[in-house]
Design a protein around this ligand. Structure first.
Ligand code: WT7
Length: 663
């Protein structure tokens, strides 16, 4: 079980914030108006999932109706069995066919360049439909067929959303790689997915400089003989190499296509995308989501969690990158079917200044703002003057995602950003769950800072022991989901064994989330931390094994152990204990630390860069040779070592570690 120090402050929290009394007046319509309504709906969704989800799914467009809502052979779920549909159609074309083509679908703000205001693009459903159809035809002209995985490695430009939807349009699963990852991450993912076509940009803007996306693809492709075509969008105008026969410019092939490619009807269980995420061991795993269940679950949860009402002129702004599940589900697929405009931004929250988000909110009358606790802690540090100088009165609902929120950050968000009038939805979910699994509903759920409160409809969440027995109130245990839900992962790409071992083995018959949690006397959930060797760094998942293998890959160290440590802004920071290679034994210097940090940053990406590197001559191991991670976590956190260390192979190692200086 996790022994995260942040839990203490969370557990003593007992303030209760009921939904504001004028919420209904402000929202026009409230989908779930009170806790009684929530309980009735939740109880029904668990007792009769087929009836419940059948009704929800009936609001979507199906070419052919399903014959059965759910077929469940643990751990394999099929939702809306036999039905055919298309996620792009339900996101885009349906709005056009229903007469809403002129309405705003995507609002995009580019990173402002010196001397100019921000570049703004407003894309209606009709325009989006045409752009997506052209991109779909372009992909087909490059040889992409239904079922082929297309890799998207782009910045946060509208064309990323367009490419995502174009893949869905033709039934080609996409695999989006976050633009902050580097070459090795591309190699691993493209290789695992067997992807032959990559869509990228020349570069991406970040804080006024260019992230060399195309150069990273080129470097990755040296190890990827299977890549046939690279489609390159010009965004930053930096010099890039174009490989004859392989590389084509977006502007040469996409705009010339007809806008006539219709959506391809696909089976409800046709793969919609792979998204790679970290596990405790080995390489990242490709989480598989399929079409019907994911589409229904993300759009319905978006509607309930954010109380989306298209008639109310709402403007929704999620600060995530489409490279993460939050962007997939709650920038693209969950939003567009609800006909509430989704705002995308390019760049960084503090460029050109620390008030970037507040300026965006004021400029576009944003009603819904969804961000991560780590970002909120940065906003707090940057200072109240930044939000204070903008009119944030358009805001109605605030959301957080990615990690438990500390009460201080919750209160600041509530008061400084929400003007004490906006409910905060602390949404707990995972890449694997597709959409929200535990979250307040803004018009119904009284909230308490630090708790993600109650399960979403259709989610039979519980805190159990290893045998699957529910824990008494306020007792820590394993977070599980006991019934299938439409947005659940359908597998791990190419690794059935890993799928079963990771999610379906520890507690028989239940989905294991990989988090420890407790429920309080009201039944509210409190997430306590990961139970595996996965770190949550700034709300992003990172496997300790990935960072370790990168460090060893540098050839400068022979052995490395990576653990999390408390970090004021990131939530969890990275400490790496390294044993230097004999050739560098006498180089235990700050220069070497920097060199290793840079190496990991270039290899995996800046988010994996260790915060602290500590050199040691050996790692503490048990007699059976296992690295004593718990001990290292305590050392990294600067804690007094209280645990029993009699199994340590070399007690002297511990003394050396504690004496070695960090950064
Ligand atoms: C892990 C999933 C889902 C989008 C972002 C992360 C942690 C996520 C919360 C929350 C406490 C949270 C969990 C989870 N997590 N949201 N509201 N409260 N913890 O997706 O990369 O798949 O990571 O993030 O530990 O297992 P992900």
């Amino acid at each position: 079980m996790s022994n995260d120090s942040s839990i203490q402050s969370v557990q003593s929290e007992d303030r209760i914030f009921p939904p504001p009394t004028d919420f209904a007046a402000r929202m026009g319509t409230v989908h779930v108006p009170d806790m009684e309504a929530y309980r009735v709906m939740h109880e029904r969704s668990i007792r009769d999932p087929e009836g419940f989800w059948g009704e929800v799914a009936a609001d979507f467009h199906w070419y052919k109706p399903w014959s059965k809502v759910l077929e469940w052979n643990l751990p394999d779920a099929k939702w809306f069995v036999g039905g055919t549909t298309n996620a792009c159609f339900n996101s885009v074309d349906r709005q056009v066919e229903n007469g809403y083509g002129h309405e705003l679908a995507i609002l995009w703000e580019g990173e402002p360049v010196a001397g100019h205001g921000p570049e703004i693009r407003r894309i209606t459903y009709s325009e989006l439909r045409d752009d997506v159809a052209r991109c779909a035809s372009a992909l087909e002209s490059l040889g992409v067929k239904k079922g082929d995985v297309v890799t998207l490695y782009m910045g946060m430009v509208p064309e990323l959303a367009i490419a995502v939807l174009a893949c869905a349009r033709i039934g080609a699963p996409h695999s989006v790689i976050f633009g902050g990852f580097a070459a090795q991450a591309i190699v691993d993912r493209v290789h695992d997915a067997g992807s032959a076509v990559i869509v990228t940009c020349d570069g991406a803007w970040r804080r006024g400089s260019v992230v060399p996306l195309k150069a990273n693809v080129d470097a990755a492709c040296e190890q990827l003989p299977g890549v046939r075509k690279v489609l390159v969008l010009k965004r930053t105008n930096n010099e890039v190499a174009m490989h004859a026969g392989r590389d084509v410019w977006w502007h040469d092939v996409v705009p010339a296509q007809p806008n006539t490619r219709a959506c391809e009807p696909v089976d409800s269980e046709h793969p919609l995308f792979l998204l790679y995420t970290s596990g405790s061991t080995g390489k990242p795993k490709g989480i598989l989501h399929t079409t019907g269940g994911y589409m229904v679950f993300t759009a319905a949860t978006a509607r309930w969690t954010f109380n989306l009402v298209p008639e109310q002129k709402q403007m929704y702004f999620c600060t995530a990158d489409i490279g993460w599940i939050t962007g997939h589900s709650y920038i693209v697929y969950g939003m567009l079917p609800n006909r509430v405009p989704t705002l995308m931004y390019e760049g960084a929250p503090n460029f050109p200044a620390e008030d970037r988000f507040w300026a965006i909110i004021a400029r576009h009358n944003v009603t819904h703002f969804y961000t991560a606790p780590t970002a909120i802690r940065s906003f707090m540090r940057w200072g109240d003057m930044h939000p204070a100088k903008h009119d944030l009165s358009s805001l109605r609902v605030l959301g957080t995602v990615g990690e438990p929120i500390n009460p201080e950050a919750w209160m600041w968000y509530h008061q400084m950003i929400g003007g004490s009038r906006c409910p905060i939805v602390d949404t707990m979910w995972q890449t694997e769950t597709g959409g929200h699994i535990i979250t307040p509903l803004p018009g119904a759920t009284p909230t308490t800072p630090g708790s993600c409160t109650m399960p979403m409809f259709g989610i039979d969440a519980a805190v159990v022991d290893d045998a699957g027995n529910e824990q008494p109130a306020n007792t820590g245990g394993l977070l599980v989901i006991r019934k299938p839900w439409p947005g659940m992962l359908r597998g791990v790409n190419g690794d059935r064994q890993r799928f079963i071992e990771t999610y379906w083995s520890r507690v028989p018959g239940m989905y294991l989330a990989g988090d420890s949690a407790r429920r309080d006397a009201r039944g509210y959930f409190w997430i306590m931390g990961r139970i595996d060797d996965v770190l949550n760094v700034s709300g992003h998942r990172l496997g300790t094994a990935e960072v370790e293998s990168s460090l060893v890959g540098s050839k400068l160290v022979v052995e490395a152990a990576v653990v999390g440590m408390p970090h004021e802004i990131k939530g969890t920071g990275i400490t790496a204990f390294c044993v230097l290679h004999p050739d560098h034994e006498n180089d235990a210097s700050d220069a070497m630390r920097k060199r290793l940090m840079e190496y990991v940053s270039k290899d995996i990406g800046p988010i994996a860069r260790p915060d602290v590197i500590r050199f040691t001559t050996a790692l503490p191991k048990t007699r059976s040779g296992k690295i004593m991670r718990r001990l290292l976590r305590d050392v990294a956190a600067g804690k007094e070592i209280t645990q029993d260390t009699t199994t340590l192979d070399d007690l002297g190692v511990l003394a050396k570690l504690r004496a070695s200086d960090g950064e």
